[in-house]
Write a protein that binds this ligand. Structure first.
Ligand SMILES: C[S@@+](CC[C@H](N)C(=O)[O-])C[C@H]1O[C@@H](n2cnc3c(N)ncnc32)[C@H](O)[C@@H]1O
Length: 491
């Protein structure tokens, strides 16, 4: 079992299958919604105000294919029972559509989440109206209809212009299911608007000839120096705040100035997840978010003294969580365990051998923080791209272009020459060739022949090699390739 503060980079289905039964107190998670969009993360350089490059974070577009077909079969045949029957029924209606592919993907994972929860545990599943109606059927089948506790409407009041022939869509849905009937639950209260007398802290009344002092707030009574002897009766009175309902309108959408904002797309406010964590777990409990993104649930868990584990498919997300924890809990800098992502030269080289595409993604999005080239086939020899501001030309902001190619195995001089051609074809000013093995003298001559590039860095000129060969081993000694305007951080 993983330790507290573990971040796992990997597919949550595979990863959750490695967990033992009944080990988690609370799962609060926000999976992709089937929004049919790609989500990008803006990066900016350390001097720039505006995002200068977009890095693809994750894709929320689903298609029916072999993977969906296999998962669907295993849910019907191997899992069987209520969920098998439900999936069969949904398939008759939805056929082999993207929605069905999405639901099959979610169903397989919800089966695992249910297995991991303790009898006192709960699941909060964040979604939106695009698929919530189907997800509730899937949840009913896996948890049981009677375990449904709430459909929370998070009404976030985002400014929206009127568009289309309908009302503005300004809410998400969070389904709350408990595994058993003795689920941990700490009541939460909505804030009641206080009367001016309550704000004052005390009041006096005469009731049937009896002088009474009504105390709402003892501290304020003491501050006012009230003489208790003057009253026949002293009554301490407290009006209870009403129980929190299912419609949450008091938590705003993250605005562009919010301190916690990372720029990670779909990031949710910590306040929203703090309410969930406070309600359905106790101090020291273990909270899991298997679709953790930049770690909102994990931040809420940390703030409230819970233990946590996060899983995400991308290096970008695990990198963003680390960044957030280091920013808000600097004392925990060395306490976060990242698994499934190279932490030293040996694990990086092992990844390059085992999973060349994964190695490429890690180098491009995590090490270089470049935009990854989505066209995996016929990419023209370009794996990653970074556009950087180079000042104004004829009054308009101009950009330079840097491209990357990753070679996880051996490479030849002619491949470096091909990369130079690819740079020219892509009209790139700069190029970085990421490798795992030392270049030969002939290769370094080729680098010199590519020449240098001058960048105006706010009043002085910086000269950079047009082509660099970057050995990934350097990353673990803190050396990065020369990038325009230095190292780049998440927003
Ligand atoms: C909606 S985002 C979560 C955002 C998060 N609540 C936050 O505040 O940052 C969904 C996340 O699920 C991740 N994801 C998608 N499929 C996954 C899978 N099979 N295993 C693990 N993570 C996955 C995506 O990379 C993305 O970061």
């Amino acid at each position: 079992m993983h330790e507290n503060r573990t971040l796992i980079r990997g597919d949550n289905l595979e990863e959750m299958r490695k967990f033992p039964d009944a080990c988690i107190d609370l799962i609060a998670t926000d999976p992709p919604f089937n929004s049919k969009r790609d989500y990008f993360v803006p990066y900016r350089d350390e001097h720039g105000k505006q995002p200068d490059a977009l890095v693809k974070a994750f894709t929320d577009t689903w298609a029916w294919g072999d993977a969906a077909e296999d998962t669907c079969k295993s849910l019907i045949v191997e899992e069987g029972g209520q969920i098998g029957a439900t999936i069969q029924g949904l398939q008759q209606f939805l056929n082999e559509t993207p929605m069905m592919a999405y639901l099959v993907m979610m169903a397989a994972r919800i089966v695992e989440m249910h297995r991991l929860l303790k009898d006192t545990g709960s699941l909060y599943l964040h979604c939106d109206p695009s698929a919530s109606h189907y997800l509730k059927i899937v949840l009913d089948a896996i948890f049981g209809i009677s375990q449904f506790q709430n459909e929370i409407i998070w009404n976030y009041h985002r400014f929206s212009r009127n568009s289309g022939r309908r009302f503005a869509r300004m809410n998400d849905i969070i389904f709350f299911y408990s595994k058993g009937n003795k689920n941990t639950f700490n009541f939460q209260y909505a804030e009641r608007r206080k009367s001016s007398v309550e704000e004052k802290g005390w009041d006096t009344v005469v009731d049937k000839g009896v002088k009474k002092l009504l105390i709402y707030d003892m501290e304020k009574v003491q501050q006012a120096g009230i003489d208790f002897e003057r009253y026949d009766k002293v009554v301490t009175t407290k009006k209870l705040d009403p129980a929190m309902g299912q419609v949450w309108s008091d938590i705003q959408f993250l605005n562009s100035q919010a301190k916690e904002r990372t720029g990670y797309p779909t990031q949710k406010p910590v306040a929203l997840y703090k309410r969930i964590v406070a309600a359905s777990s106790n101090e020291g409990d273990l909270v899991l978010d298997p679709f953790c993104g930049c770690g909102t649930t994990l931040m809420a868990a940390e703030e409230l003294g819970r233990q946590w584990i996060g899983i995400d498919l991308t290096y970008l997300a695990t990198g963003a969580v680390k960044h957030q924890i280091e920013k808000f809990f600097p004392q925990l800098r060395d306490s976060v365990i990242v698994s499934g992502t190279p932490e030293d030269t040996d694990t990086a080289l092992a990844l390059a051998r085992r999973d060349p595409a994964g190695f490429e993604e890690w180098c491009v999005t995590h090490v270089l923080k470049f935009k990854s080239n989505a066209k995996k086939v016929a990419d023209g020899g370009i794996d990653g791209l970074y556009t950087f501001p180079i000042g104004k030309i004829k009054g308009r902001q101009a950009y330079g272009k840097m491209v990357a190619q990753v070679k996880g195995g051996g490479y030849t001089l002619s491949q470096i020459r091909d990369f130079r051609t690819a740079m020219q074809n892509a009209k790139a000013d700069l190029g970085v060739f990421v490798v795992t093995r030392k270049p030969t003298r002939g290769m370094l001559d080729e680098v010199r022949r590519a020449g240098t590039y001058q960048i105006d860095a706010g009043g002085f000129t910086v000269s950079m090699p047009c082509l660099q060969i970057y050995q990934i081993q350097d990353y673990f000694t803190g050396i990065l390739p020369k990038l325009p305007f230095g190292d780049r951080q998440l927003l």
